[in-house]
Write a protein that binds this ligand. Structure first.
Ligand code: PLP
Length: 363
């Protein structure tokens, strides 16, 4: 499909991705760095992302869903690929045939994998996940304490990893961080042979005591700020540009867009850009955000609609239809946009649209 007429363009800077991986690798010393590439690598395109990180030395990739793990496997024949969502009944064969690791999230899943290994007379790899504060996925505390007493239940399984996940890591001073780390450190004593992994992106920047044997990073690789109280150490990976489709010269007071949310007070030049909330430019930015044009910040006026956004370009001489404006880019990155849209950079990335091309720089 030729999408070259799309009025938006998403560019993905693979050199920035490489640098972010290297920065995390330096930050974590002897701990290994695995890459979380769920949801199409947070919307950036799973194939380019996993190839780039593999070449950079990353050997372990994590997804949420089994189908996503299969996508990684189709790109990287030799990578270690783990699906986090858990081993659901009937999926065992798919894991085996594609050499994928299931995450065993409860005693039933563990039992099922052990039975499957026995039936095939094979010692198959897996990861264990203990829930130390999310009440979401993973063995509940009573369940993992019991398993710590009865580790023979792991017999016949090649249990490579022991995971838990931090609930509040982006707030460095939150007491949950130390509580979860201490609980994790206690419980892993019963499972010394596994690689232990607690930290995601934000956990990496809590310090070495959170790194254990491996970290699982997603957002920071893609330019998200892992700690809201510090200057973002990560390089920006994505840029979204939108094309001006038309410019309206307003003379007398007139309303702009749905709901007549904005009224141009008098003489004003309004540019309509071919990007809207369907393209991942949040509707919450209506009358809020700015877009950048050659380093100049231009206010979004009126409602962001599905395919269109209106911008005040009165102060920009010479701007014409066909010019590209930066919706996400220098001066306005995914973290800034998330604050303005009252959300988090994860949601900005995973909302990026599907109808414009992803152009990879630095391949
Ligand atoms: C999504 C996820 C990660 C990655 O989190 P980031 O904050 O994007 O680094 C790590 N571990 C688990 C269990 C996850 O679900």
């Amino acid at each position: 499909m030729n999408l070259s007429h799309a009025p938006c363009q998403l560019s993905i800077d693979l050199n920035a991705l490489r640098e972010n991986y290297r920065l995390i690798d330096r930050e974590t010393g002897n701990a290994r760095v695995s890459a979380v590439v769920k949801y199409n690598a947070y919307g950036l395109g799973i194939e380019a992302v996993v190839r780039t990180l593999w070449d950079e030395g990353c050997k372990t990739f994590l997804t949420a869903q089994l189908d996503e793990a299969l996508q990684v496997r189709s790109v990287l024949a030799d990578a270690e690929v783990i699906a986090l969502n858990g081993l659901m009944s009937g999926e065992e064969q798919v894991y085996l045939e594609n050499n994928l690791l299931p995450t065993l999230n409860d005693p039933g899943q563990l039992q099922r994998w052990a039975d499957f290994c026995r039936a095939y007379d094979r010692t198959l790899p897996a990861a264990l996940h203990f829930d130390t504060g999310m009440s979401r996925l993973g063995f509940a505390p009573a369940e993992y304490r019991e398993l710590a007493e009865k580790t023979d239940r792991l017999n016949g399984i090649d249990c490579r990893y022991l995971f838990s996940h931090l609930a509040c890591a982006e707030q460095a001073d939150h007491p949950m961080n130390i509580a979860q780390r201490d609980e994790f450190a206690r419980v892993i004593r019963a499972f010394p042979a596994m690689t232990h992994a607690l930290a995601a992106s934000s956990g990496v920047f809590l310090g070495p005591e959170w790194h254990f044997g491996m970290v699982r990073t997603g957002l920071a690789l893609y330019g998200g700020n892992p700690n809201l109280k510090m200057t973002n150490p990560m390089r920006q990976v994505v840029k979204l540009k939108g094309k001006i489709l038309q410019i309206r010269e307003i003379d007398a007071p007139e309303t702009v867009g749905y709901g007549a949310l904005y009224t141009a007070p008098g003489k004003q030049k309004i540019a309509t850009i071919g990007a809207g909330y369907a393209d991942g430019y949040p509707r919450r930015l209506s009358d809020q955000a700015v877009v950048m044009y050659q380093g100049q910040a231009l206010p979004v006026v009126g409602r962001v609609s599905m395919d269109l956004t209106t911008v005040d370009v009165t102060d920009v001489p010479g701007v014409v239809a066909g010019d590209m404006l930066d919706l996400i880019g220098p001066g306005q990155d995914i973290n800034d946009l998330a604050v303005q849209a009252d959300t988090i950079p994860y949601e900005i990335l995973t909302s990026l649209g599907a109808r414009y091309p992803r152009v990879y720089e630095g391949e």
